[in-house]
Design a protein around this ligand. Structure first.
Ligand code: SF4
Ligand code: FES
Length: 373
């Protein structure tokens, strides 16, 4: 027993975010630590995408305040930091929604992202699942101080499947990371600097690749949309179901967006952060054949309805997995039905008074029982 080698478990870091303390493994970013808590504690992320290496650090929507850097050095960090690019330290104290500085900075980031982004949500196919729309509603202000003409770009045809709408691009770089890391070669990227920056015209060459459709899924706004679905339906009128098929190129696990038996759109499955789900530890990217060519319900084995957050506009009319609040009255009454608790007629003549016969407005005195009058 004495010579048994004791392996020390790696020490976790204690981190406090919005007054909630959790333990995370060293190397975890503040954003991912907050995601482990979930809810409003989690900063929004427009450019970070956990399955894409190198993503993050571009949009600043995930800014947080570090009010204590670590247990060893508890000084606050003077500037707000990008939570997707800053790792936690042991004893770090972070403020997200509890910081007025963060709220103010985030409203500024929204205003900045919307400088050139057209407010064409009523005609945009991304409406209902647009991260910028959500960010604007949750963290933005109703006005803008920008008075100049928004920048516009020539419409560019990038093939039969994907529509590029450069005016809506927020330059998050996610699509270039997809082309870089999932397709065979990247031939597009962000060209130029400042307000001349744009996704390069060579994006059309990246579209030939079998996995190029995943650029649509990662785009947080409506800059890259599915041409086979555009203007066919609003996403909240469709019924999403999980389905799979045997595919030799990809995992074959998808979400079908149906109207009746018509498959209007096929996408990869998303998790609660709007990112592609992991299967067997790998991101479940899907190939273009599954996405664009398998549009018949018989091509797929249906698994069941997709779980959509009931706060999402997509779940309008079909609340899946809805949990009704617990009936506690019957429980505390030893199983007796609540209606046995009180008979209104025992205490009031509320249903027997002819209101039209009263000389004026009814008062409590009109409903008192006769014997009490
Ligand atoms: S096209 Fe979409 S994914 Fe690509 S950089 Fe622009 S906003 Fe990001
Ligand atoms: S999500 Fe962190 S900077 Fe964009």
């Amino acid at each position: 027993m004495a010579d048994e080698i004791k392996q020390e478990a790696p020490k976790n870091f204690k981190v406090t975010i919005d007054n909630i303390t959790i333990e995370v493994t060293p190397g975890t970013s503040i954003l991912n630590a907050a995601r482990q808590i979930g809810g409003d504690v989690t900063p929004p992320a427009m450019c970070y995408y956990s399955s894409l290496k190198g993503s993050g650090g571009k949009c600043r929507s995930c800014l947080v305040e570090v009010s204590a850097g670590s247990a060893a050095d508890p000084r606050p960090m003077p500037k707000l930091v990008a939570s997707c690019r800053t790792n936690v330290m042991d004893g770090m104290v972070i403020k997200n929604m509890t910081s007025d500085r963060v709220k103010d900075a985030r409203a500024g980031v929204v205003e900045f992202l919307l400088l050139n982004h057209p407010l064409d949500c009523p005609v945009c196919d991304q409406a209902g699942e647009c991260h910028l729309q959500d960010l604007g509603y949750e963290h933005g202000k109703e006005g803008t101080r920008y008075e100049f003409k928004r920048r516009t770009f020539e419409k560019e045809d990038i093939g039969p499947y994907i529509q590029l709408h450069m005016n809506r691009c927020i330059l998050c770089y996610r699509c270039t990371f997809v082309a870089d890391q999932i397709t065979n070669q990247r031939v597009h990227g962000v060209l130029d600097r400042g307000d001349h920056s744009e996704i390069s015209t060579y994006i059309s060459k990246a579209i030939d690749n079998d996995f190029s459709g995943n650029m649509i899924d990662v785009c947080p706004v409506g800059a890259l949309t599915d041409k086979t679905f555009r203007f066919k339906n609003r996403v909240w009128f469709t019924k999403p179901v999980d389905a799979h098929r045997d595919c030799d190129k990809c995992c074959g696990k998808v979400t079908l967006w149906n109207r009746g038996d018509d498959v209007l759109r096929v996408t990869s499955r998303k998790n609660e952060w709007g990112e592609v789900q992991q299967f067997d530890g790998k991101p479940g990217w899907i190939c273009n054949e599954c996405r664009f060519d398998k549009k018949h319900i018989n091509d797929w084995t249906i698994e069941g309805p997709t779980q959509i957050s009931r706060h999402s506009v997509i779940s309008q009319g079909h609340y899946l997995g809805l949990q009704k609040p617990k009936e506690t009255v019957a429980e505390v009454m030893g199983g007796r039905s609540p209606k046995l608790l009180m008979d209104i007629h025992d205490i009031s003549d509320v249903n027997t008074v002819d209101l039209s016969a009263l000389p004026g407005p009814a008062t409590g005195a009109n409903f008192e029982k006769k014997e009490q009058q």
